[in-house]
Design a protein around this ligand. Structure first.
Ligand code: FUL
Length: 744
């Protein structure tokens, strides 16, 4: 890290000290060999967010926007060789994006100003690979500018995703990426003309590509108003080049030009949650161990389930405030593909919102503008509905003006009423050493609620609570309604509605002494669980719903189901390809879910494995064609005798016209054995084979969802052979939950 950046860090630390009363706090702390486990835990409670991190956390819900050449090619990762001429949204309207984000309750829009393909959504001076050479608005358009203006109009913040990996600069003749250039002293922005037109310049030791990247960073940070988050993706579709990045220079220039911006992922302020599926941890700690000083850290992806428990902190060299951001996409995939692409239901979105915002993370939900340049209508409708549900839920805190008395079973340092005064800057804390405490709230009138919000005073006291329960008084005895673990910035608990005039929060375990800055009781809309439709290998369809006693109606003709359609009473047969649409109702029909749509292709009954690479015990190749995504074919991963290629040859028992194939990676949350590159062959007679497709599954490592590969033209075949070429993390074995064909 250079001197300037160090100075800034030191300065922000001084600022943090200055605004504290009493105990010393810091953004990170070193652990020494003499520290006992108790001393480490005590130190952890003094690690607090910087002002920037706290402001960012309070956004709660923000938007990612993936838009670019991939929107027009239906790819997840571009090649860098796309022609700018394909970028031509027909009805581009950033105000529609902003309006939708606002309706969803989002606070910021973070756009892929440049994705891995290198195409820039603003007319950068430093490349020809941008909107300026596209037909869109005759090359006069600027997506970033339009978005920045729309955000300002609708009161949204703006964030920038700028991909460090840049395939265009790899592929282009004379491209900068990995060109072997040495670091020398360069001025940013480069180009005398640009330098003379700006008030600030910076000097760093940079390679050619670093210079190019920083010039683009400079443009995006200086010409589009305030920027509140900069997102550096660690992913690189072509790893293994000699290109290095001078991250310290990037960080120091961001700090100087946009002091309010947090730097995320490959950066010091915000941590990737560790998956792209919207999974959240049951215990999300914002203080995590680091093996090196934060200034020296490379901020490796942390995907483990437990990152910050007492056990994890024990062996830390440093403790660091590094809060998590949950990022996932509203559709399957990060970019718009087509109208068949899966769009998450309101129920799923609401659920992820509660788990992420109410699980001590910020929810970064990705939106996928389509080829018109608009957020697709169906997505916009669901986002608006999501926003309405959240707003209605938190409209009124039922605790407000309704507490007659608060009682604590431990000696308190600050007032118990601070937990209900709706002031985020006041808090309750008991005397040090009271790691358990029960706070009982007597209400002046009974209330009905099904959500409890609890917040710690992280600003000065960090994160402390490890386990707590909520009980209500039912007139005779205390009844447990919800239990949970960590809290941090915010924990939201959901449970079936209860009615009471007394409840208590029982903090069972905490670090040193717990704090509560805010408590809330709310009554939120209860959503029915969506029906899930599955079909067995033999063609028997089952529709299930987790909600008790649902009434389910379904259709087989593609129309939206209603009460006049067939009522589901038990499994039924669907042997040919088809679409099933189902909808669940409460028993009194007063409420219903959204429609769930499932496409099924030909059944796999009668399919035979002709040949396959040797499996590990219990992971036979038949499991790749059993129409059950919870089982898998897996080749041995210990005493590995043979690496890729592995292959499976299947006889479909009949000739079919194949339009493509599908690969479902394992679904148990582990990616080991997931295939990165492959070849797909077909045959009519099982003797003469030809290759119809070979390639790689883009972004499968971070987002291991169903892969659907369409062929350039349909082929007729009875046999297919799927060959793996490489594993996603370079492993020698493979895992396949399911392999299928597309005929419709
Ligand atoms: C990943 C990228 O490779 C994806 O394309 C997407 O941008 C996601 C947010 O990050 O690492």
């Amino acid at each position: 890290m250079n001197h300037f950046a160090k100075l800034i860090t030191a300065f922000s630390l001084i600022l943090i000290y200055a605004c504290q009363e009493g105990e010393e706090t810091y953004n990170y702390v070193a652990i020494s060999e003499e520290d006992t486990p108790e001393m480490i835990i005590e130190k952890a409670t003094h690690v607090v967010p910087t002002e920037k991190q706290l402001d960012w956390q309070q956004n709660e819900f923000i938007a990612f926007i993936h838009f670019g050449v991939n929107t027009f090619t239906a790819r997840e990762w571009g090649t860098g060789k796309e022609s700018p001429s394909i970028f031509n949204p027909t009805e581009f309207d950033a105000r529609q994006w902003a309006k939708t984000m606002k309706a969803a309750g989002m606070k910021m829009a973070m756009i892929t100003a440049k994705h891995h393909d290198g195409f820039c959504l603003w007319p950068s001076r430093y490349t020809e690979h941008s909107v300026k050479n596209s037909p869109w608005k005759n090359g006069k358009g600027d997506v970033l500018k339009a978005l920045s203006e729309a955000c300002q109009e609708f009161g949204l913040k703006l964030g920038i995703y700028l991909s460090p990996a840049d395939l265009h600069e790899i592929e282009r003749e004379g491209g900068y990426y990995g060109n072997g250039s040495q670091r020398t002293l360069r001025t940013i922005p480069s180009g005398t003309e640009h330098q003379t037109s700006v008030s600030r310049t910076f000097k760093y030791q940079l390679t050619d590509y670093d210079t190019y990247f920083m010039d683009q960073l400079y443009e995006t940070l200086t010409e589009y108003g305030p920027i509140h988050e900069v997102w550096f993706d660690g992913a690189n579709p072509k790893p293994g080049t000699s290109q290095t990045y001078n991250y310290d220079a990037w960080y120091s220039m961001i700090r100087a030009l946009q002091p309010e911006a947090v730097i995320a992922i490959k950066g010091p302020d915000v941590r990737w949650c560790g998956n792209e599926a919207g999974h959240t941890r049951s215990d999300e700690w914002s203080v995590v161990p680091l093996n090196e000083h934060p200034d020296e850290s490379s901020f490796k992806d942390a995907t483990a389930n437990d990152l910050g428990s007492r056990e994890k902190l024990k062996s830390a060299k440093y403790l660091y405030w590094y809060p998590a951001e949950t990022n996932t996409s509203i559709r399957h995939g990060w970019f718009y593909r087509d109208e068949e692409q899966y769009v998450k239901s309101v129920t799923e979105l609401v659920d992820t919102w509660f788990r992420s915002v109410g699980g001590n993370t910020v929810f970064l939900l990705n939106l996928t503008p389509d080829r018109r340049g608009l957020i697709p209508d169906i997505d916009a409708g669901r986002l608006t509905e999501l926003g309405r549900i959240i707003e209605d839920t938190f409209d009124e805190n039922l605790i407000n003006n309704n507490v007659a008395e608060v009682i604590s079973d431990v000696p308190n340092v600050t007032d118990l009423k601070n937990t209900i005064d709706a002031n985020p800057d006041t808090y309750w804390i008991p005397e040090n050493g009271n790691e358990a405490a029960t706070l009982t709230y007597k209400l002046s009138k009974p209330v009905t609620f099904n959500r409890v919000v609890i917040q710690e005073y992280i600003k000065e006291k960090g994160q402390r609570i490890e386990k707590f329960e909520v009980d209500i008084w039912d007139g005779i005895e205390w009844k447990l309604v919800a239990e949970s673990t960590t809290v941090g910035y915010k924990r939201i608990l959901r449970f079936p509605a209860v009615n009471t005039d007394q409840f208590r929060i029982r903090i069972l375990e905490s670090r040193v002494a717990p704090t509560i800055s805010n408590l809330g009781l709310y009554m939120g809309e209860e959503l029915l669980d969506l029906p899930s439709i599955s079909r067995s290998k033999e063609g028997m369809v089952t529709i299930q719903c987790a909600t008790p006693d649902p009434i389910i109606y379904y259709t087989l003709d593609g129309s939206a189901p209603s009460q006049s359609n067939t009522r589901y009473t038990g499994s039924f047969e669907l042997k040919s390809p088809g679409v099933i649409r189902a909808k669940a109702f409460t028993s009194d029909h007063s409420k219903s879910t959204e429609t769930v749509t499932e496409f099924f292709d030909i059944i796999k009954d009668g399919w035979k494995i002709v040949a396959a690479s040797k499996p590990a015990k219990g992971f036979e190749p038949e499991k790749a064609i059993d129409d059950n995504i919870s089982t898998m074919w897996h080749t041995p991963w210990t005493n590995v005798k043979k690496s890729h290629p592995h292959e499976i040859t299947v006889d479909m028992n009949d000739n079919h016209i194949l339009k493509g194939f599908t690969y479902q990676p394992r679904t148990d949350g582990n990616i080991s054995g997931t295939i990165k590159s492959y070849e797909f062959q077909v045959s009519r007679d099982g003797k003469n084979w030809h290759t119809v497709n070979r390639g790689a599954f883009d972004n499968i490592k971070n987002n291991p969802i169903l892969q659907e590969v369409k062929f350039t033209k349909p082929v007729s075949a009875r046999f297919f052979r799927f060959i793996s070429k490489t594993g996603v993390v370079g492993e020698a074995w493979l895992s396949v939950a399911e392999i299928g064909v597309i005929t419709k």
